[in-house]
Design a protein around this ligand. Structure first.
Ligand code: PGA
Length: 261
């Protein structure tokens, strides 16, 4: 698979004030030493992005920023929204279609693909989240849901832009905060990781598939990170809860370093 990077992405969701975000990032900057082929990314609230971007720049840090969400149009009469073009120069990545966006805010596959196209148009790498709900898994629809979300998310972009895309598989039932959420055992999700790779290879060819990182997310913590990172076809992690505390998050980064060493 060449020298694909491993990604450790922390999604802070709607937590921390701007001041708290800045202090927390400062802690991470001190503790996390850069490593070859490892990309550490954090996704704070939109309101903190600019402050944190200046902070990282000032300290010449290798940590990168991601947006948690954005509007798919570049500008216009969309009160309360932020466009990815407005975030240009501040972020390198943007999470798209997170399950909370899909299931709490009703974001559809159509919106997701428009956002993916907007990110690419603005030279931001989209981290496209896909995943089945507990009900979909129980009724045997997982493969259809995954294929559908995956292929539709990529349907508005040119093949040469596929190298900018990152996929994050997050089974909705494994994301903490859900009613009955629990961490998935690696052998419960390995088939889906494989399905994502084969779907990409069958649809777009092996060369493209080999260059698209596939991350795993859902109740990842310092204890189980290694098990997911060593799964075949997993190129990194998307972490919610455990990314809000420096110790587990830095432990996960260290685990990633060991796995790629
Ligand atoms: P979690 O969140 O690690 O708290 O389960 C993951 C996510 O929502 O991306």
């Amino acid at each position: 698979m060449g020298c694909m990077k491993t990604f450790v992405v922390g999604n802070w969701k709607m937590n921390l004030t701007v001041g708290e975000s800045s202090l927390f990032l400062q802690k991470l900057q001190k503790k996390i030493k850069p490593a070859k082929n490892l990309e550490v990314v954090v996704a704070p609230s939109a309101i903190a992005l600019q402050t944190l971007s200046l902070q990282l720049e000032r300290n010449k840090s290798k940590i990168k920023l991601a947006a948690q969400n954005f509007h798919y149009r570049d500008y216009g009469a969309f009160t309360g929204e932020i466009s990815v073009s407005q975030l240009h120069g501040i972020i390198k990545y943007a999470i798209v279609g997170h399950s909370e966006r899909r299931h709490i805010f009703g974001e559809t596959n159509r919106e997701v693909k428009m956002k993916v196209a907007a990110a690419i148009r603005n030279n931001i790498r989209p981290i496209i989240c896909i995943g089945e709900t507990e009900g979909e898994r129980a009724s045997g629809e997982t493969a259809d849901v995954i294929r559908d979300q995956l292929l539709s998310s990529l349907s508005e972009i040119d093949v040469e832009d596929f190298k900018k895309v990152i996929i994050a598989y997050e089974p909705v039932w494994a994301i903490s905060g859900g009613k009955s959420s629990r961490a998935a055992a690696p052998d419960e999700v390995i088939d889906v990781i494989r399905l994502i790779h084969t779907t990409l290879a069958d649809t777009y060819g092996k060369e493209i598939e080999e260059n698209i990182p596939v991350l795993y997310g859902g109740s990842v913590n310092a204890d189980n990170a290694g098990a997911y990172l060593t799964m075949k076809g997993v190129n990194g992690l998307l972490i919610g809860g455990a990314s809000l505390m420096s110790e587990p998050f830095c432990d996960i980064v260290e685990t990633a370093k060991r796995v790629i060493a």
